[in-house]
Design a binder for this molecule. Sequence first.
Ligand code: NDP
Ligand code: PYC
Length: 332
Amino acid sequence: MTTVGLTLEQVEELATRAFSQNGCDAENTAALVRTVVGAERDGSHSHGLFRVPGYVAALRSGKVNGSANPRVSLKTPAIVSVHGDNGFTPLAIERGVPALAEAAKTLGVAVMATTHTHHFAALWPETEMIAEQGLIGMACVCYMPYMAPAGGNKALFGTNPLSFAWPRPGKPPMAFDMATAAMAMGEVQIAARDGHKVPIGTGLDAEGRLTDDPGAIASGMLLPFGGHKGSAIALMVELLAAGAVGEQFSFEAGETDNKDGGPPRGGEFMLAISPELLAGPGWAEHCEAFFERFDAIEGARLPGARRHENRLSDAPRQINADLVERIRALCD
Ligand code: NDP
Ligand code: PYC
């Protein structure tokens, strides 16, 4: 694979041009660019520049509103509702999280239901945003039918990521962010692009046979991680991110989407909890002692530690050269 080195400033400039020259207004562009730059900065390559052609396709087809003006309201004191105005999710999240955090700090727990949005990114930006307010954060979204339930050979679930972030005063939050599929579709697509096989158990071909060919899985279906256990979590994500917030299940998104390559309309479920109100003063010291025990175990590392280490580097990021050319062509 041929790569080119781009500084984060160059990533920002490239993504800004791609979005603003394809119908995204300044506020939506800035929010979207923050997720792309954050992903490249942290080494979340399947959800940074790799997603730009899909974002642009959705702007060009008119599926996504590049001038979306998300509206935040309270359904009850503990339920924040964000109507995304059919835009990409990042601006809706940035507008909604302050209200979610305020409600959780006052009431101890609050939920945010986001609807009429298009999510194509990682979820750690939103859970870290909550944890940076001293709150426990959780978020999940569904997508399009890419994954079969355990034991089945018909796609019903999205790759249904779940992210959880824990506040650590004076330190970056502990945040995990994982697809409930054995492998995120973005990683499968990158393996196909780069000519790599994937482990048996990642997915099935269109005829329902196990395969290590990522291209056959991309046109077939993924499997959940951990068999029936991952399948149950993916099921929970469908129910929270679609059923509970009142948005499309992955199979419904598969039926209504225009298949332009960009993200379908969907919702997001987010939860914020105040450890200060739940456990009381002293929670942070108690939990830091637990993290010390964790860190003392040789060979173990906290989820998110790889990203947070990457974040500290100011070296240029190595990006697939064909992708950079493809994005430049979208800016003309
Ligand atoms: P990974 O399997 O790479 O990682 C999942 C989590 O496990 C991360 O928090 C990671 O931390 C952690 N981790 C990885 N290796 C270790 C280890 N050895 N020890 C401890 N922790 C570890 O992620 P996925 O491929 O499942 O997902 C990639 C991204 O795709 C996610 O950001 C997800 O949100 C996104 N996605 C988005 C979808 C959408 O619909 N919007 C759908 C599906 C996925 P670290 O990052 O530090 O390695
Ligand atoms: O990588 O599975 C994935 C994915 C779906 C939507 C955004 N990312």
